[in-house]
Design a protein. Structure first.
Length: 256
């Protein structure tokens, strides 16, 4: 059985109705594929931080996680969001297991500002998928929040997209699927169904692909260089969306 890594973000990670429909699909797909879920939940982190009087700070769209907000990141992502996903999956008969990047040393990283810095926004320096492989071989579905730790044992907030890329490459996944609020890579108002590396570079140079989509597309091709068979970027719109994305009927499929 091939492995599919699915990164859930945006409304797909926060709307209970959408999550329920997605979990129904995952049950069907799990009969033919091994699945790993990676999830975000940044909007909920911002909301909860505000309740505690902490205003989230961003630089170029990246959360600048203070030590105080790191506690909230752990609480929301490794706690609330992760537990909610696990419950939704298990009630449908899937053997879901909730994890953070710290479990089994899956991710070790360091602050983007360097070791010892107060900024708890981090980048991955080491990855170990041994625990995930043990769980997958035993028939479990790992559900992973990307909260992690540094070499000194301090919490780190790793970007969930980055976590998904690194995991998929290490697992040599048959597919990596990004579910967000964007239906795919868009050009002239329409979703591009298939995008080669050469075409992507041209669209980036022309400014058609811009903002946060640039690193996502660039990292997608890098992941494919490291063993991922295909990357799909799309939106979970309605029941059946995941199957249509995997079949190439929706979203954008990147290929080399």
């Amino acid at each position: 059985m091939s492995t599919i890594v699915i990164k859930i973000g945006g409304r797909a990670a926060e709307n209970r109705e959408s999550l329920g429909a997605l979990c129904d699909e995952l049950l069907i797909i799990s009969r033919e594929h091994r699945l790993v879920l990676v999830h975000g939940g940044g909007a909920e982190v911002t909301n909860v931080s505000r309740r505690f009087g902490i205003e989230s700070r961003f630089l170029d769209g990246v959360r600048q996680t203070s030590p105080e907000e790191m506690d909230i990141v752990d609480m929301v992502l490794a706690g609330k969001v992760n537990s909610q996903l696990v419950r939704l999956l298990r009630v449908r008969g899937l053997d879901a297991v909730g994890l953070s990047g710290s479990d089994g040393g899956t991710f070790i990283g360091e602050s983007v500002a360097g070791r010892g810095a107060r900024t708890r926004t981090g980048e991955v320096t080491h990855i170990n998928v041994r625990l995930l492989i043990i769980l997958l071989d035993a028939g479990y579905l790992p559900v992973l929040s990307s909260t992690s730790m540094d070499a000194d044992g301090n919490g780190l907030n790793i970007n969930a997209d980055t976590a998904a890329f690194r995991l998929a490459a290490q697992l040599e996944a048959g597919a990596l699927v990004f579910l967000s609020d964007i239906p795919g890579v868009i050009s002239d108002g329409s979703v591009i169904q298939a995008l080669s590396e050469e075409e992507a570079k041209s669209l980036i140079d022309r400014g058609v692909i811009e903002g946060g989509m640039v690193p996502k597309v660039t990292a997608s091709f890098d992941a494919m260089d490291k063993g991922v068979k295909k990357v799909i970027i799309g939106q979970y719109e309605s029941p059946g969306s995941l199957a249509r994305l995997l079949e190439g009927k929706e979203g954008t499929r990147l290929w080399k």
